[in-house]
Write a protein that binds this ligand. Structure first.
Ligand SMILES: [Fe+2]
Length: 376
């Protein structure tokens, strides 16, 4: 298929000469003014424009300016045609983005050669852009797949570890869901604006499944023990936080995303800290506890109360869980976060109802949790 060339010149003789010369190899569209050319370009996309500079009403430079302002025409290559052989005119042509410059009256072989080269060059540019775009798309897709695999490995590994203490296997996904809900609600209310960016929330959600990874080093006898732990056993249980951080340093400490690594470490290490300083392992207080860990603490305790474990039945109804958690306002939990969390009851009910419906089982068992048991 022939390439299309738009020739714009107010001189009819020049138009006809160009048409006669170029038409054996190209399809030619001819316009005798800048306005006519712009109108033509509203509905057509030629492969090249031969543009006369000296025209009445709108000169070639003005036409060029308008072409470069429109997304539809900005990339069409332009060769200026002019009888003016001044060096400054030539410089201006290139400054305005022309691909080339041909003096009038044009020498047929020179015009043919420049037209052919300009079209060829533009096609190379197009191909190169397409290849770059294809490579960029491929990299994006590869990265997406890699992230997906990485996320499933993390969640799978975390699930495996969680399943050792007799939990239902839902804890990892559930806490991740609650962490996202809480973080987005806080962001929506413009709380913690300096930290809670979209990127922070994404990293937080990716980090959440790893919060208890250190439990892999805690013995089955403790994890699966029905009833209360002895003080010594509880001390060993507490170590899962520092174990988590060490494991995380080993498995992801080398990745370059410092922001993500920091959040994972903070969550793992400090999700059992309490607002009043009586938590573990470091006894941090208030805002000295990283925000990620303060959010994780709320999600973690909520799920621990809601779900059944080998050592406790689930707490029901959900309002009772909210009441228990509200009692931890300002002692166990960040008061700002717990206040917002209390208002999230309808959203939590909605999420849990959907999950329950999908499973086809909604059980409302009585009973309480022992809030001193294990890692709640
Ligand atoms: Fe924990």
């Amino acid at each position: 298929m022939k390439n299309i060339i738009l020739v714009v010149d107010d001189d009819k003789t020049n138009l006809m000469r160009a048409q006669k010369l170029l038409s054996p190899q190209y399809r030619i569209a001819a316009c005798n003014s800048g306005n006519a050319a712009l109108k033509y370009l509203e509905e057509h996309r030629p492969d090249l424009i031969l543009l006369d500079i000296n025209m009445p009403e709108m000169d070639g430079f003005e036409v060029m300016e308008k072409l470069r302002c429109s997304g539809n025409t900005e990339n069409i290559p332009v060769i200026f045609l002019t009888a003016d052989n001044l060096a400054e005119t030539e410089v201006k042509c290139f400054q305005m983005g022309a691909m080339d410059f041909v003096a009038k009256p044009f020498v047929p072989d020179i015009l043919l050669s420049r037209v052919a080269k300009t079209i060829e060059l533009d096609q190379y540019r197009h191909n190169l852009e397409r290849m770059v775009q294809e490579q960029a798309d491929k990299i994006t897709e590869d990265t997406r797949r890699l992230n997906m695999i990485q996320d499933s490995v993390i969640v799978g590994m975390a699930n495996l570890i969680e399943s050792r203490d007799g939990s239902t296997g839902k804890h990892v996904k559930n806490t991740q869901t609650y962490v996202r809900m809480i973080a987005e609600e806080l962001r929506g209310r413009k709380l913690f604006p300096e930290e809670l960016s979209e990127e922070y929330i994404e990293d937080l959600c990716k980090a959440a499944p790893l919060h208890d990874v250190g439990k892999i080093k805690v013995s089955d006898a403790i994890l699966q023990k029905p009833g209360k732990l002895t003080p010594e056993e509880f001390d060993e249980m507490k170590l899962h936080t520092t174990y988590s951080r060490k494991i995380i340093k080993t498995i992801i400490g080398d990745i370059e995303d410092e922001h993500y690594v920091r959040i994972v470490e903070d969550i793992a290490m400090y999700h059992h800290e309490r607002w009043d300083g009586t938590g573990y392992p470091a006894g941090l207080t208030g805002e000295g506890i990283p925000l990620s860990a303060r959010i994780m603490a709320v999600a973690d305790v909520f799920d621990a109360l809601y779900e059944e474990r080998c050592y406790k039945p689930p707490v029901r109804p959900i309002e009772r869980i909210m009441q228990i958690m509200s009692e931890g306002r300002g002692t166990q939990f960040d008061p700002n976060i717990i206040d917002v969390f209390m208002e999230m009851l309808p959203a939590l009910k909605e999420v849990l109802h959907i999950q329950s419906e999908q499973k086809g089982t909604v059980t409302w068992l009585g009973g309480e949790t022992d809030s001193q048991r294990k890692d709640i």
